[in-house]
Design a protein around this ligand. Structure first.
Ligand code: FEO
Length: 399
């Protein structure tokens, strides 16, 4: 897909696929890669919307040169400054020095801070428009979806919303770029993992953006990652709405951190109690083995969450500590939570977990269950009971 791909007769996808990067943001696994989507509008004036990561600048510039056929570029609209989209700006303006960069006040600040770019920058306000000839672009500021400068650009003529990170997902575009050309079931998991890993913390801002955009007549959604939604843009709007409201399904995720298997035994006892109450979706994960990315994704999906930790260096086991830190920052809600842990002499791990459960916005199933060294019959019975109580709450819970 080294050529621009037509979306409408004057608007083209000029994005790239990244199958080389192992970790997005140096954190999140990319087993199926990711696309960096950029778009070009060939009107009386030519405008590009967002660029791509610096690792793919060459391919990106080749596509642009090919479609321009000697024309110049008038505008570069920057919806988002994170370097996976802004990484080719400098190369682009070096080749096309006549470009005017369009962004808001924060964009201008970030352009200077990241790249030292201050010239030919036109600052736009929320709701301001720009005519390219036939196409009229309107800029809608949607801060913190995903950075403070984030905005979306709506083309009134085609009904296309260039949405930035919003409505995006992991996964490369393998031969197909449109929602009607690919298997959405495959992408749904990668969209959800992208949302929960990258955007989840900003869910209230996603809800504000959805409300703000609700009056627009959107025919196509062009995000900066993942498919272009031309057949069923409502699908991705609804999916993001549900994810950002933290709508959950019936099911329970148990995550444990266990050095020598004693905390793992406790997890198995909780799971038995949950299964006894008829819950069918139960996932048990060893936090030392399964990457945080996948844990968060399943936790976001299922209503029940049980976390167990041994005590390590006077606190939670490090992978559990990392998970809890993420859950606190993401302000997880609409969950029923239970905690347990083992210890050899002091037991701070379980105390820290209990403190997380009490201060969260989730329903805490008391008591926390702890075991000295290895769980004995009385602890195992308490864990089974915790699982049963939690399962009943999960079934009864209304989001
Ligand atoms: Fe895809 Fe927030 O950058």
């Amino acid at each position: 897909m080294d050529k621009a791909i037509e979306i409408t007769d004057e608007i083209y996808w000029i994005g790239v696929n990244d199958r080389e990067t192992h970790l997005f943001e140096a954190l999140w696994p990319l087993p199926y890669g990711v696309s960096y989507n950029s778009y070009i509008i060939m009107d009386e004036k030519v405008a590009i919307v967002d660029t791509v990561k610096f690792t793919a600048t060459g391919t990106f510039l080749d596509k642009i040169s090919d479609i321009l056929c000697g024309r110049d570029i008038d505008y570069l609209v920057i919806n988002h400054m994170e370097p996976d989209h802004s990484g080719s700006i400098r190369s682009l303006i070096e080749l096309y020095p006549g470009i005017t960069i369009i962004g808001n006040r924060k964009t201008a600040e970030f352009l200077d801070n990241f790249y030292g770019i201050v010239d030919n920058v036109k600052v736009v306000e929320d709701g301001e428009s720009l005519s390219l000839g036939k196409h009229d672009l309107t800029f809608h500021l949607t801060p913190m979806v995903h950075w403070p400068e984030t905005m979306m650009t709506y083309d009134r003529t085609s009904g296309i919303l260039f949405s930035g990170d919003a409505f995006g997902g992991f996964g490369t575009l393998d031969g197909s770029i449109f929602d009607d050309e690919l298997n959405i079931k495959f992408f749904a998991d990668e969209i959800s993992r992208y949302y929960t890993n990258i955007v989840a913390k900003f869910s209230p801002m996603v809800q504000s953006a959805l409300k703000k955009l609700s009056g627009l007549d959107i025919s196509i959604i062009c995000a900066t990652h993942g498919p272009i939604w031309r057949k069923n843009p409502e699908f991705i709007i609804d999916y993001y709405d549900r994810l950002s409201r933290q709508e959950t399904e019936e099911g329970v995720v148990i995550v444990y951190g266990s050095m020598y298997g004693n905390t793992k035994k406790m997890a198995e006892a909780v799971a038995r109690g949950i299964a006894h109450e008829g819950i069918r979706n139960i996932r048990i994960y060893d936090a030392s083995k399964t990457h945080l990315s996948y844990l968060i994704n399943d936790i976001w999906r299922y209503r029940g969450l049980v976390i167990g930790s041994c005590t390590y260096n006077g606190g939670m086991f490090p992978p559990i500590s990392q998970l809890v830190h993420f859950m606190e920052k993401a302000r997880v809600k609409n969950h029923v939570v239970g905690v347990f842990g083992s210890y050899s002499w002091s037991g701070e791990g379980i105390k820290d977990l209990e403190s997380f459960a009490r201060s969260s916005s989730c329903k805490f199933i008391e008591p926390a269950v702890s075991a000295l060294a290895c769980p004995k019959d009385d602890a195992l019975a308490s864990l089974f009971d915790m699982g049963s109580s939690l399962a009943r709450e999960v079934k009864a819970f209304k989001c």
